[in-house]
Design a protein around this ligand. Structure first.
Ligand SMILES: NC(=O)c1ccc[n+]([C@@H]2O[C@H](COP(=O)([O-])OP(=O)(O)OC[C@H]3O[C@@H](n4cnc5c(N)ncnc54)[C@H](OP(=O)(O)O)[C@@H]3O)[C@@H](O)[C@H]2O)c1
Length: 268
């Protein structure tokens, strides 16, 4: 079909946030390359989107925690100049304390939420900066900013995605590449059940449906935001937090320790 905005590679497209992004990106004129493990669900979604939008939709079933599968998708993203947008979205949750953590499970989480996101972001950075255009959207979480209220390894993985995005933006903005980190709050998707958490234990006013969440995130992209927090009523609250962080910068690395650490302490 003509007038394509190029191909959007969407990871985690078989359900939840990724499936709604796929729908919205096709309606915005992108052809799609949909990635997740469940080929049947991807094919069903691809069929519906093709029928509704006439866009071209390709499916690539891949387990992004598998080194081989990740390498294949990363290679495609690095080399295929038709790809103009990466939605780095596939992720999984965890429900457990560090002292009793199932380390095999947390390794898989790190493989998916951190390693796969990193490999794909690197390939997108190379592809997009070479042609001086492209859009890289990384799905983080508000838990990057609120690590006290959920599992450490999940929150830390999402803080990684936020910081990765901030540095990527510094590296890529001069090359004409857009970077956006999206920080959803609790959103009604399968991720909760998959992690063994009952989302309905939270007050309903804390949970957003997935369609308005994705539409808000895309509105944030249209506004040119680097960081989009769909639920945050006053965007200035994020700007103020970020300004406070940036104000630390001149004093974060100095030749001498701070005076409070150089007082002589009497030891008993
Ligand atoms: N829902 C929330 O409250 C919330 C809040 C903040 C951030 N997020 C983030 O949003 C992103 C999307 O999550 P969601 O809420 O939409 O959850 P979801 O409905 O469970 O979707 C997760 C997607 O990732 C795919 N996936 C899982 N493991 C994979 C693997 N090993 N390889 C490839 N794909 C895999 C799943 O498909 P297959 O099973 O077919 O592989 C599915 O398409 C995640 O990064 C999550 O951390 C969610």
């Amino acid at each position: 079909m003509s007038n394509s905005k190029g191909t959007a590679l969407v990871t985690g497209a078989s359900s939840g946030i990724g499936a709604v992004y796929a729908d919205r990106l096709a309606k915005r004129g992108y052809d799609l390359l949909l990635v997740a493990r469940d080929a049947q669900r991807l094919n069903a979604l691809a069929g519906r989107i093709k029928a509704e939008t006439g866009r071209s939709v390709e499916v690539a079933a891949a387990d992004l925690t598998s080194k081989t599968d990740l390498a294949a998708i990363t290679k495609r993203l690095r080399e295929d100049k038709a790809i103009t947008l990466l939605l780095n979205n596939a992720g999984m949750g965890y429900n457990g304390a560090m002292a009793s953590a199932d380390l095999a499970f947390t390794d898989r989480l790190i493989d998916l939420n951190i390693t796969a996101v990193t490999h794909l972001a690197s390939a997108a950075a190379a592809n997009f900066s070479a042609k001086k255009s492209g859009t890289l959207i990384n799905v983080s979480s508000v838990l990057a900013l609120a690590p006290e209220i959920a599992s450490a390894v999940y929150c830390a993985s999402k803080a990684y995605v936020l910081n990765l995005s901030l540095t990527l933006n510094t590296e890529l903005s001069d090359a004409g590449v857009r970077v956006q980190a999206v920080l959803p709050g609790a959103t009604r998707t399968e991720i909760w059940e998959r992690a063994g958490i009952d989302v309905n234990k939270y007050p309903p006013e804390m949970i957003m449906d997935v369609e308005p969440m994705v539409d808000a995130a895309l509105a944030g992209l249209d506004l040119g935001e680097l960081v989009t927090i769909p639920a945050l009523p006053n965007g200035k609250d994020w700007d103020d937090l970020n300004a406070a962080r940036l104000a630390l910068r001149p004093n974060l690395s100095l030749s001498k320790p701070a005076p409070r650490y150089t007082k002589t302490h009497a030891h008993a």
